[in-house]
Design a protein around this ligand. Structure first.
Ligand SMILES: *Cc1c(COP(=O)(O)O)cnc(C)c1O
Length: 393
């Protein structure tokens, strides 16, 4: 077995070799600018981008015309939230989101609050789910947008997106979902989920980093957007800038593979996750964070009572690449905002590991991880007890 074992697939995934292979020619002999349509270099690049647009939209059952490439989901989310709010300011200045969203959403909302946008942060219950009644109550005449992620990056909890979409539609409010973690893992269709906008990222689904997309429905006439990056007018003026042709080609290939492999991948990975989770929860003083069923099949977020998470991470991270809470927050010792919002007390929140399994995860790796974490937790708990006894004497 090769160490460290990678169990952090919610942070990023390795590029599928087929994705890399598809990308390579677009760096070298086919280096054309997809907007340079005066000669064949540009023509072939443009054609490749349009094929990728079909592949990525195919993954979510969308029309290729509804897909706009960006530098990643962070940009897609910024474009979606800022672009919509700016375009609808004459109508209202209120937006609704959830306390457990990714920082790309939360920090964008915080910034907009400085610009006279009013934001409601909905709470979640102990399972990480939004209360639909609370959502309904939060909607006012000034509400322009509801933004709720499809699945959470720390716990894998899947929100009731269909119901939220239906509610938004009923009240004439736009609905954006950050579907980064869900895309390629569970089947998704913005049309059937009444989702007006959806953010996607290639590197969370075995594609390259630095490329993502914003889906913008073409069947809701009330969607108006103001672009956030101006320039050459690429992507129908919604997002200017020379297209990242190799990245987009890789994204397309990754989407194609995800579409083909999703069902079998998730059966196999889900079984491994369940085995790992069951084994960990058999230990005393462990608990699962998130909804037991409404969850992505490859994620497990577990708290270990009486063990400091950072100590646990340091003790295992040469062998196991796992995360404590979210990657962006892992250098701070603050418990994750997601776990706090779920009502998990700070001390327990800090004693938490997130296991994110993926395509390359094997049974042997999972067996090792289970035994290794168990032993380390026992060891750390024993040591702590010993220290406190010594101290008491
Ligand atoms: C990773 C992630 C993002 C950010 O995507 P980038 O493409 O890395 O900018 C946004 N939301 C969620 C839920 C994520 O997991």
């Amino acid at each position: 077995m090769k160490f460290p074992i990678y169990l952090d697939h919610n942070s990023t995934t390795p590029c599928d070799p087929k994705v890399l292979e598809a990308m390579l020619p677009w760096f070298t002999e086919r280096f054309g600018n997809a907007s340079s349509l005066q000669h064949p270099f540009g023509w072939v690049a443009e054609e490749a981008v349009e094929i990728a647009r079909e592949q990525v939209s195919g993954l979510i059952g969308a029309n290729p015309k509804e897909l706009f490439f960006t530098s990643g989901a962070t940009e897609a989310i910024n474009l979606g939230i800022r672009g919509l709010m700016e375009a609808h300011l004459h109508k209202g200045n209120h937006l609704i989101t959830v306390a457990t969203e990714h920082k790309a959403v939360l920090d964008t909302c915080k910034e907009l609050q400085k610009k006279a946008i009013s934001v409601t942060y909905l709470p979640v219950n102990q399972f990480g789910l939004v209360d639909l009644e609370a959502l309904k109550r939060a909607i006012t005449k000034k509400t322009i947008l509801i933004t709720v992620m499809t699945a959470n990056n720390e716990t894998g909890v899947i929100q009731h997106i269909q119901e939220i979409g239906a509610l938004a539609k009923e009240y004439g409010v736009l609905f954006l979902s950050d579907a980064v973690q869900a895309a390629g893992k569970i089947s998704l269709n913005p049309k059937s989920l009444d989702t007006d906008l959806m953010a996607l990222s290639a590197h969370k689904m075995y594609g390259p980093k630095g490329v993502g997309a914003l889906y913008i429905s073409n069947s809701n006439p009330s969607i108006k957007m103001i672009s956030q990056i101006t320039g050459g007018g690429q992507e129908k003026g919604i997002r200017s800038g020379t297209l990242n042709v190799p990245g987009i080609v890789g994204f397309g290939q990754a989407a194609e593979i995800a579409r083909q492999k999703m069902a079998s991948d998730q059966n196999r990975i889900g079984a491994l996750r369940n085995y790992l989770e069951k084994g960990l929860l058999e230990m005393e003083g462990t608990s699962l964070n998130g909804h037991p069923e409404l969850r992505l099949p490859h994620v497990s977020n577990i708290s270990f009572e009486g063990v400091e998470g950072k100590g646990l991470l340091i003790a295992i991270n040469k062998e196991l690449a796992v995360s404590s809470g979210s990657a962006c927050a892992s250098i701070t010792t603050k418990p994750s905002h997601v776990l706090s919002a779920m009502g998990i007390r700070d001390e327990l929140g800090r004693s938490t590991l997130r296991f994110g399994l993926g395509r390359s995860t094997t049974e042997t790796q999972v067996e090792f991880a289970l035994q290794y974490v168990k032993e380390t937790v026992h060891l750390l708990r024993g040591k702590k007890k010993l220290e406190s006894t010594v101290f008491l004497k």
